[in-house]
Structure formats: C-alpha cells, structure tokens
Design a protein around this ligand. Structure first.
Ligand code: ASP
Length: 325
C-alpha cells in the first residue's frame, strides 16, 4: 500500500471529523460575498445592504468583493471554484438563469456547481436616457431609435446582465438593432449616461431612482405591470405605449456546491433576518426593490425559481439568436 504523507492524513481526518464541529463554530472568521458587477450598481447596492445585515445576525463580519465582467459570469466562475466552507458566498440576479443560454462555453453549471441559499429581492427596471436625449416620451423614443439606428447607443453591463437582457428584449420588441455599449456593471454605465457619452439603458430602479429624482437623467417607463410606489409619476411601459414589456430582476444568494447543510441553514436564517431589518427594508423601499417573503428566502424556493427561469429564457434567447462563445 502506498504510504500516505502525514499532511494528507491530517487533512483527511480533518475532513472526516471536521464538518459537524466546523458547522457548530461557523462563522469564526470574515465571510466574503462575491458581487459579480462593479461597485455602485444595483447588484452591489442590494449585496452590500444584505451582507451588512447578515453579518450582524451571524455576529461575524460579511464583506463584499466585486469580481466584475462578462455579465456576471466571471464572478460566478470564481465562486464555483471556491472552497465550499461557508466563507465565500455569492449574490447574482436573473443573469444566473440566462447565462446557460447566452454562453456556449460557460465554465460552470448553474445547477451543479452552486448550493442555493435563497432569493433576496424582486426589482423593477426603468428605461432611462441621458438628460439631453431628444425624445420626451417612449413613443417618441421608439420612433427616434428607428430613424437613427446607426447612431443611438444602449448601455449594458455585459452579455448576460439584466440590462443586456432588457435591452435585447426592447430591440426585439421595436424590431430595431442598436449599438450596445458593454460595461462591467451599470454603476459605471450610469456615470457615462449622466455624462452624455451613451444615450439610454434599461436598468434597475436601485441604480436609477436618485438620478431620476434629481433630474440628472430622463425616464420613459418602468418594466412592471403596476407603477412603482417610489416613482409614482413614471408610467409603466404598457401605459407608455409598449405592451407586454415586463422584466423583474430577482436577486438571490448561492454558496459553492458542497457547502455543508448546517452552514447553509445558518446562512438562510441570517438572510431571512436581514430581510426583516428596518434599515434594509427602508432602503429597499426607497430604491423601489421588494424584499422577498420569507418562504422565498429558502434554498427550495430558489431551486424552483432558477429552473423555471432557465426554462423560460432559453427559447426567448434562442429566438433572439444572441450568444457568446
Ligand atoms: N444591474 C446590472 C445589470 O445586470 C448589473 C449591476 O448590478 O451592475 O444590468
């Protein structure tokens, strides 16, 4: 028999006996939440608020790390390869369900390489433009885009981002191809929109509300069936003249596959408590995002949501013919 080096033997022993003891002590050091987009954008905002409140409830610090690029898939790939020890978790949005259809060579499997923790929020999007963009209504914007399709530009956070998905749906709905400008997150895209370097984008209210209220950008509509309470004067896309244009950006938390169940249970509890935190609730309300009900902040609900959304978007994306190698 081959002699096992001591260090391997020790590691094997630690793995054998370590799990329950480790789960009992969890967390005993800082937890990192990976955010797959740049700082300042919607995922960053929801992630930071949630991480802070979860850390308080776990009595351990939870810090965030932005691992941005390629519509969130770079951060996701990092998490899929991370140690399943509960010290790396991950927030992602609807993009986790569209990436399998958009990326032909996704370096992970959204079902097999992650342990779902639970849903966090539902969020509307807004169609916004630079302040001096000529159209004043959605109908005018559509006509303007059709007439100027070679020069109108649409920002997004990369292939697979919610802004990319919504932009793609918009162009399909108005049957016009426009130039898209990808960023590593809609935080930096918003800077360029305010600076007038790009014409319009569709992004979550989390990132657009204060700029809309401050008159720094123009808004044409929200992507929900009903108006958003924090933006009562903004019409729905339907009211503004584009029926059936609905996009809900859901955010959810995951851990790497193999994270022990007792650890996941603690994270689920912390998530559920975070969603009841007064400061978090108030901030979410101001930003137009809705924390999910407790029964959706669970691994079971997220598993169902992910499968449902993967199945929902696959044919739509296939029809649109968008993909990356
Ligand atoms: N909201 C962005 C998107 O998916 C990403 C981000 O949070 O920056 O379009």
């Amino acid at each position: 028999m081959r002699k096992m080096p001591h260090v391997h033997l020790l590691m094997a022993l630690a793995l054998l006996v370590g799990s329950p003891v480790f789960a009992q002590d969890y967390p005993s050091k800082v937890i990192t939440m990976i955010i797959p987009f740049s700082a300042g954008g919607p995922t960053d905002t929801v992630g930071r608020l949630t991480a802070q409140a979860m850390g308080q409830s776990l009595k351990s610090q939870m810090i965030v790390e932005n691992v941005a690029g390629a519509g969130g898939t770079i951060g996701a790939a990092r998490v899929a390869r991370s140690d399943p020890d509960g010290y790396t978790i991950f927030i992602h949005h609807i993009g986790q369900s569209t990436a399998p259809s958009l990326y032909r060579k996704l370096p992970y499997n959204v079902f097999n390489d992650f342990e779902p923790i639970g849903l966090v929020t539902d969020g509307p999007m807004t169609l916004v433009a630079r302040k001096d963009f000529p159209p004043t209504t959605l109908k005018e914007l559509i006509a303007y885009a059709k007439a100027n399709k070679d020069k109108v530009t649409c920002a997004n956070a990369g292939l697979g981002a919610a802004s990319h998905l919504a932009g793609m749906l918009f162009m399909t709905a108005i049957d016009t191809d426009l130039t898209t400008i990808p960023y590593k997150g809609t935080g930096p895209a918003m800077n360029d929109l305010m600076g007038g370097q790009v014409d319009f984008m569709i992004d979550q209210t989390t990132n657009t509300t204060s700029q809309i209220k401050g008159g720094k950008i123009k808004v044409y509509g929200v992507t929900t069936k009903k108006r958003v309470p924090s933006l009562p004067d903004v019409p729905t896309m339907d009211e503004a003249g584009l029926p059936n244009f609905e996009v809900n950006v859901w955010h959810a938390l995951y851990a790497p596959k193999g994270t022990p169940k007792p650890v996941i249970d603690k994270l689920v509890k912390a998530l559920q408590q975070a969603l009841k935190d007064q400061t978090v609730m108030q901030r979410f309300a101001e930003l137009g995002v809705v924390p999910v009900a407790e029964d959706r902040a669970t691994p079971e609900a997220l598993r169902v949501q992910l499968k449902t959304e993967v199945d929902k978007w696959a044919p739509i994306i296939k029809k649109a013919g968008v993909y990356a190698d």
